[in-house]
Design a protein around this ligand. Structure first.
Ligand code: ADE
Length: 420
């Protein structure tokens, strides 16, 4: 079996951590035991490009137990948990290609390694795998692919652009857009894990700090909500008037980044766009300001622009690079090279929330395999039934019951639908 991980001797620590996560993933566990019995993915070759975490390991086990042949690479150079990668290889027999801190060349070598397995299905997080597969040299590979899934907002945006340009080579289900995914993973998952990453990297006190969140999508609002919960004074920056209004009415101060720059102590970007914080903002920041990103790509902070303002940066702590602005001597602390701070400096979203995201992934894969002959080369939503079933099972596993409509209530609602 081919693989490329940092150190296979880390496997037993990885196994312990994977089992720890598994305990908080009851929905995925249930799917795994159904998959074990029915083997709905029998023989399917899956190339997965996901953050290599304990939660992802449990998804890979589920797909394998469903009969699939799974090949895994990292969806980000800094998010790999090396002990998990080792455990996937040694204990679970899953060819894994991922090393924390790998350079860009190795990152793409690993993507190409999983593509060498000639996948029939792709499971992506950010669309780098799909993008590489559609490059001219490999384009004919898409003919063998029956479909795929995409985990994240940025990936869905990229895939929809490919669909619009008529270059998407096979159907892909946008797992991100399921309610049981983005309303929980993007909001509560990113909210908690981003704060976790900032604290692990810096040990800074959030209470009383001015905490600037750039972008008020689901990830931004989760982060703002949790920072507020820790006692920070939260400022939101936005470009969308509706979202800005929501942030105001959620109780946050809203202002342009140029105005927030001299006020903030901690800045986090969650927009999906490039150069959200730029040199003209860095020069106005306080001495010892902290900047980081929780969006998919490391493009939201203009790091080349920051470098131009400063001398050589100094690594002052693990995951903290300190830049000193020549003009005013202010130190700006960049976390995790501007990559996803929650997955680089912490462990990503907790298993409890990834349970629903990855239940969607497993069920979406099953859906595509069953229906691919009817699907076109488009981006599809997760079927509503899968989404509501996952919500129902999650509630059940939490020991919670909810009310059911009475016959009278059903009739009343139906009368409105019929216009009677
Ligand atoms: N994305 C965010 N958190 C994650 C996690 N824990 N595992 C996999 N992907 C993630």
């Amino acid at each position: 079996m081919k693989y490329d991980v940092k150190d296979v001797s880390l496997a037993s620590k990885g196994v312990d951590r994977i089992e720890w996560a598994e305990a908080s993933m009851p929905v995925l566990r249930r799917i795994r035991s159904q998959f074990e019995k029915k083997k709905p993915l029998e023989g399917l070759r899956i190339a997965a490009c996901l953050h290599v975490t304990t939660e992802t390991a449990n998804l890979m086990r589920t797909l394998k137990d469903g009969g699939a042949q799974v090949f895994l690479c990292a969806s980000n150079p800094l998010s790999t948990q090396d002990d998990v990668a080792a455990a996937l290889v040694k204990k679970f027999g899953i060819p894994t290609f991922a090393i924390k801190g790998e350079d860009n060349r190795t990152y793409y070598r690993h993507i190409n390694a999983v593509l060498d397995a000639r996948p029939q299905f792709t499971m992506d997080d950010g669309a780098d795998l799909v993008g590489t597969l559609h490059k001219s040299r490999k384009k004919q590979m898409a003919d063998d692919v029956i479909g795929g899934t995409e985990e994240t907002t940025t990936g869905v945006i990229r895939l929809k652009a490919m669909e619009a340009a008529r270059v998407l080579g096979y159907p892909i289900v946008a797992v991100n857009d399921a309610d049981t995914k983005h309303l929980f993973d993007n909001r509560y998952g990113t909210g908690q894990s981003s704060i976790d990453g900032i604290i692990r990297a810096t040990n800074v006190l959030l209470a009383g700090s001015n905490f600037v969140v750039c972008g008020y999508g689901w990830c931004g609002r989760g982060t703002a909500m949790r920072a507020e919960g820790m006692g920070a004074n939260v400022i939101v920056t936005e470009v969308d008037p509706l979202r800005a209004l929501e942030a105001v009415m959620d109780g946050f101060r809203v202002m342009p980044i140029a105005q927030a720059a001299p006020i903030g102590d901690i800045f986090i970007t969650a927009t999906g766009d490039i150069n959200v914080i730029r040199p003209e903002h860095f020069v106005r920041m306080k001495d010892m300001a902290i900047i980081c990103n929780t969006g998919h790509f490391n493009v939201e902070l203009d790091i080349p622009g920051l470098k131009n303002l400063c001398g050589k940066p100094r690594r002052v702590r693990e995951f903290v690079e300190q830049f000193t602005i020549k003009r005013n001597g202010h130190r700006i602390n960049l976390l995790a090279d501007g990559r996803l701070v929650n997955l680089s400096a912490a462990e990503g979203h907790p298993a409890c929330v990834m349970d629903m995201s990855f239940a969607n992934q497993a069920k979406a894969a099953q859906f595509v395999l069953k229906n691919y002959k009817k699907l076109e080369n488009k981006v599809y939503a997760v079927p509503e039934k899968i989404d509501t079933d996952i919500a129902r099972i999650k509630l059940k596993t939490m020991g919670l019951k909810i009310d059911k409509l009475t016959a009278e209530q059903k009739e009343y609602l139906a009368s409105w639908e019929l216009g009677t």
